[in-house]
Each structure stands twice: as structure tokens, then as C-alpha cells.
Design a protein. Structure first.
Length: 485
């Protein structure tokens, strides 16, 4: 396999093998079933403590990304059918998860447990595959889709580059509430109404909101947000209830976008491209939230699997791949010791018709032979794509997961594999934001434009070249971040 041009395309922190199995199996074995081509012939995932590194053959990745993004832009029947299927399977998948968490798994025999798991997993796999085709790491992890949309809009409108940068930042703001915004708005409404409610009524409604939205903070491994967090959010909303203005804020953005498209005489094609960009941005966040819900629902399964096999550490069951669940229930294999080895060092290799797992020294030797990451110690500068222009100097802080945010200080330069809504408090402190992944419609790019913070996306390896404490300069207009100490 050394003849391949390997490259790191994603690092997922605090995840588990269900996520990796969904990704690897879906990319290589299932994309063609949904009209996304069969360009991806191999997928690698390196598992180390707290992080999983996803690796593709760069040429296969580019071919796949170009094919999928091209179909999304130009094949209207296929795209509309894909979106309808995603909407339908998402509803069924979420409902199945809500049902799953109510099941008395400890009372089920082995076959009943397998049947109930398979019902949920089949929906999860369909949802994951279709949703990542629409907006996942292959489609826009290196900016293929966003660049095509951007270029097509410029070609349709003839807007000069400087004017387009201003327009793009306005037109790509999402005007549909995310699930997190729905939660914040619901708490804001309760805060407003609380003066006319009894303590018992407030507590009852807050518990209802907690039940509805607590899993949003679960991500891949938990825990959920406690009721104490919701109580704190309610008290904060009573003091400064800005979230009550969310509907009006989104309405004003929509009006601004309508005025802009009218002033610039956008034709039907240009308006479609703008709506596509907005939908991709919204749907990407929605996809991740729905995945978090499923992993929240699976926690009772992981506990039950560990109980049946007398595991000392139930969390090791998260190192099982989805296709191993049935065998594990029947035979107890892979064993607890094997799963512990996976957590320390393992490599998953997915081909169209076979899957291989290497552990320990064998995994290290295999990974080293690929020369994936290389030596970046002599590199002092990397380039990416400007998401919001500006300059900044500051100390690097690599922020990958919410737990990293404690080290973030005002004025730091935030570096991340890719940002998410969970990292927003740290992003607000940053004097500049730089990511390895993403294009001009990724979360980091959109948030940076809203906050007016210099931002570079798609650097590929900024978090490999720079480390915490490096003093750097960000020249976002030219897409450059460089060491200056």
C-alpha cells in the first residue's frame, strides 16, 4: 500500500469505533449505492488514546469530492431525491433512538438484544451515509463543494472579487434555527414567562426542556448536560435575554439577503446556489447533532454489553465496531483485553470487500511504513483559504474539544482540526481562527464572518506544524499563518 499518496483528512477527538466504522464502511463500501461513485477504494483509521486519525488516498479523495460536489450542483433530480431521503430517514432514525433508550435491555435475551440494536443501526448507517454525501468530510472537507458554489455564483453574477467577498459573508449566513438555537430560544421564552409561573411550573417546564435537549452536549462519548446547566442557563437568560431576539435576528438576515440578491440582479441559478450553500451549512450542523443523539441512545447498550461480559471498564465496549456486536453478544469476542489494545494503538483498513484490523506493534509498524504525517519540524509557514480577511499576532492554542477551552485566553490564535458549535466560547476569545479542514461554508468560516475575526480554513496540517505556545502571525487575506519567534 506504500504506492498510495496518503494524506490525513480528519482527526476526531473523544469519539469511538462506532463512528469510525460508520465512516470507513460508508465511504468505501456504500457510497456507490447512493449515487456517489466508487472512487474511494481504501480508508485507513489510526486509533490512539483520545483521537482517531482518518486517512485517504489523496487522488481518490479528490476524484470522489469533485464527482459528488458536481452532482450536488448540477444533477437536480438526484440531489432532490437525496435530500428527501435524508429527511425521511432522519425522522425515523430519531424516533427509533428515542424508543431505544426506553427499552429494558437487561431483560432481553441475546437474540432480542441483537434485533433491537440492528433496527437502530440500520437507520443510523443510512442516515450517516446519505448525510455525509450531502455535506461530509469527502464532499467539502477540502472545500470542493464550497469552491464550486462560490465560483458558480461569481460566474453567474459577474461580481468583482472584492465586492463578492462582502456579499458572500452575508449570503451564506444561515437563517434557519439550529437545534441548539431552538434550545436557547425555548429557555429564553421560559425566562420571560417565569415571572407569571410558580416555582413548580418553572421546574416542570425546565425538566421538559432538559429531557428534550440534554443530549446536544453528549457528542460521541458524553456526558449529557445536567439539569444544573439548564438551571444556570435559565438564570442567565433572566438577566440578559438576548436569545429572545433570535427569530427577529434571523428575519433581519433574511431581509438583508433578499435585498442584496435583488440589488445585484441574481438570476434563478444564482439564487439556487445561495440557497444550496445555506442548506449545506445548516444540514451539516443538524447531521452532527442527530449523530450525537444516537450515541447518547447507545450508552445503555454499551453498559448492557459490558454487564453481560463482566467488563471492569464498560467504556471499552465503545471500541467495538458495529459489525462486531452480534458476535460479541454470542461469543464475547473481541475480548476486553483486545479492546484495550485497540484503544492504545490500532489501525482499521477498509477495502470494498474486506476489513482488516491491526493492533499494537503490528499497527505501529504498518502506520510507520505509510509515512503519512512526515516531519514538519522545519516548516514555519502554512497556507490555506481566506474565510475572513484580517491580520493578527498571538500565541497558538490548539482547541479540538470543549475540554481544551480552559486554556484559551483572549487574543490567542485558535487552531483546530475543524470547529463546531461546542467550541464557540473559545472562538469568541480568538484574535484569529485557523483550521486544517473545511471550505468557505464550514462552521469556522461562517462563525468567523459573523464575529468578524480573521480566519483561514483548509490548511490541511496547521495543527501538525504549530503547537501550543508558538507565537504566530495570521495574514488571513493571503491565507498564510507563520511562526515569528
Amino acid at each position: 500500500m506504500n504506492q498510495y499518496n496518503w494524506d490525513i483528512f480528519e482527526r476526531i477527538y473523544s469519539d469511538h469505533n462506532f463512528m469510525t466504522g460508520l465512516g470507513g464502511g460508508g465511504f468505501v463500501q456504500d457510497y456507490s449505492k447512493y449515487g456517489a461513485g466508487n472512487y474511494l477504494q481504501v480508508f485507513l483509521a489510526l486509533r490512539e488514546p483520545e483521537v482517531c486519525t482518518w486517512v485517504f488516498n489523496a487522488k481518490e479523495f479528490d476524484r470522489s469530492a469533485n464527482f459528488i460536489s458536481g452532482r450536488l450542483l448540477n444533477d437536480n433530480p438526484w440531489r432532490e431525491r437525496l435530500y428527501r431521503n435524508i429527511e425521511e430517514v432522519t425522522r425515523n432514525y430519531f424516533s427509533a433512538g428515542e424508543r431505544f433508550i426506553t427499552l429494558p435491555l437487561h431483560n432481553f435475551n441475546d437474540q432480542k438484544l441483537i434485533i433491537e440494536f440492528c433496527k437502530l443501526y440500520k437507520l443510523q448507517r443510512r442516515h450517516h451515509i446519505m448525510s455525509t454525501i450531502a455535506n461530509g468530510v469527502v464532499t467539502d472537507g477540502r472545500g470542493h463543494l464550497s469552491n464550486k458554489i462560490r465560483t458558480a455564483i461569481q460566474n453567474e453574477t459577474g461580481i468583482n472579487t472584492d465586492e463578492f467577498e462582502h456579499c458572500w459573508s452575508i449570503l451564506t449566513q444561515v437563517t434557519k434555527m439550529s437545534l441548539r438555537q431552538m434550545k436557547d430560544y425555548a429557555i429564553a421564552k421560559l425566562a420571560k414567562e417565569s415571572r407569571n409561573l410558580s416555582t413548580a411550573q418553572i421546574r416542570s417546564r425546565l425538566h421538559q426542556l432538559h429531557t428534550r435537549y440534554c443530549w446536544l452536549d453528549y457528542q460521541y462519548r458524553g456526558p449529557v448536560a445536567g439539569i444544573e446547566q439548564f438551571e444556570a442557563d435559565l438564570e442567565a437568560a433572566k438577566k440578559t435575554n438576548a436569545n429572545l431576539q433570535l427569530p427577529e435576528h434571523l428575519y433581519q438576515i433574511r431581509q438583508k439577503q433578499k435585498t442584496l440578491t435583488k440589488t445585484l440582479h441574481f438570476n434563478r441559478r444564482a439564487r439556487f446556489l445561495v440557497s444550496l450553500a445555506q442548506f449545506v451549512i445548516w444540514q451539516k450542523g443538524f447531521r452532527k447533532d442527530i449523530q450525537y443523539h444516537s450515541f447518547y441512545c447507545y450508552e445503555s447498550l454499551f453498559h448492557e454489553l459490558a454487564r453481560r461480559r463482566n467488563f471492569e471498564n464498560w467504556m471499552l465496549t465503545r471500541l467495538l465496531f458495529p459489525w462486531e456486536i452480534e458476535s460479541f453478544i454470542h461469543t464475547g469476542k473481541p475480548t476486553e483485553s483486545t479492546l484495550a489494545l485497540r484503544q492504545k494503538m490500532s489501525v482499521l483498513i477498509v477495502h470494498p470487500h474486506r476489513i482488516t484490523i491491526k493492533l499494537g506493534d503490528e499497527a505501529k509498524k504498518f502506520w510507520k511504513s505509510l509515512n503519512v504525517s512526515g516531519n514538519f519540524s522545519e516548516i514555519r509557514e502554512v497556507k490555506g483559504q481566506c474565510a475572513f480577511a484580517g491580520r493578527a499576532q498571538g500565541v497558538v492554542k490548539i482547541i479540538q474539544i470543549p475540554a481544551d477551552m480552559v486554556k484559551m485566553q483572549n487574543g490567542n490564535i485558535l487552531l483546530s482540526q475543524a470547529t463546531s458549535p461546542d467550541l464557540l466560547p473559545a472562538m469568541k476569545k480568538a484574535s484569529a481562527i485557523v483550521t486544517n479542514m473545511g471550505g468557505l461554508i464550514c462552521h469556522a468560516a461562517i462563525t468567523a464572518r459573523e464575529l468578524q475575526i480573521p480566519c483561514i480554513v483548509g490548511t490541511i496540517r496547521a495543527t501538525l506544524v504549530f503547537k501550543d505556545g508558538d507565537f504566530v502571525e495570521v495574514d488571513a487575506a493571503n491565507g498564510i499563518i507563520r511562526k515569528i519567534n
